[in-house]
Design a protein around this ligand. Sequence first.
Ligand SMILES: Nc1ncnc2c1ncn2[C@@H]1O[C@H](COP(=O)(O)OP(=O)(O)OP(=O)(O)O)[C@@H](O)[C@H]1O
Length: 289
Amino acid sequence: MLELHNINKTYPDGTRALQDISLQLGKGMVGLLGPNGAGKSSLMRTIATLQTPDSGHILFNGQDVWQQPTRLRNKLGYLPQHFGVYPHISCQGLLEHLAILKGLNSRAQRRQQIEQVLALTNLTAHAQRQPSHFSGGMLQRFGVAQALLGDPQVLIFDEPTSGLDPAERLRLHQLLHDIAQTRLVLLSTHIVEDIEHLCRQTAILLDGKIVASGQTGALFSGLSNRIWQGPQLGVIPEHAILLSQRLHYGNPVVRLFCEEQPGSHFEPAIPCLQDCYFLHLVQQVQEAA
Ligand SMILES: Nc1ncnc2c1ncn2[C@@H]1O[C@H](COP(=O)(O)OP(=O)(O)OP(=O)(O)O)[C@@H](O)[C@H]1O
């Protein structure tokens, strides 16, 4: 559905935000995982045709997006990382306004779509309230509702769960999952758990480059028998790589990447996406040093 070929973007101050990005994206939920500053928003804005790449091509259903940007824009819904809402206007009124901006000219069609997106995002009972008074979770659901206007085939959600409490996060996960059944949904986040919950396909973006992409499970299945977990670091082989040191119910947990058992206090652990992500982060730091 959406193909990215060798996308590059350097900002006027010299920041190389995107370097030779190539991805093939089909229907379903695709995760874009990367730390702050990795280039996720730059990539989302580029796909959303809000900024031009310096080089490379984006094809939508086989056609170059930049030859006719409105073709993709008409099929695209976007929830940016930060968005504002006008004060003193109801949720329904604001959706009506946004629907007109999206080109839904028929009043009956607008009414039907607004009813649909309010129901889907569980906001029907709040339709007459002002989004400026919504809680964080409701506001994000409103953001999803506006992105769904026009029944887009491609949806881009930039860090949609940041700042949400656990219950609202799970609610939003279910909503995003439902939406992705019939569309391409691109989910950009630095929260590994969001990807683990939702995405069959994932790309890891570090420093403007895709360092791994494919079926999410396949990204870390190659780490089998090389991930070790123990209660303390102690003395470890020189070639072992420390992935994470954290607390679990107040007890320290250390995870290592190592070709053989790094010490008697380490046990083999089942690899996970976080191991793969941290391994790439460590390798990136090592390469930069
Ligand atoms: N308009 C801009 N002009 C110059 N540099 C920019 C601009 N937008 C982003 N950058 C820089 O490009 C790099 C990638 O930024 P981007 O916002 O795309 O990353 P991100 O992965 O979305 O980060 P975050 O998770 O913090 O939002 C960063 O170094 C950032 O400072």
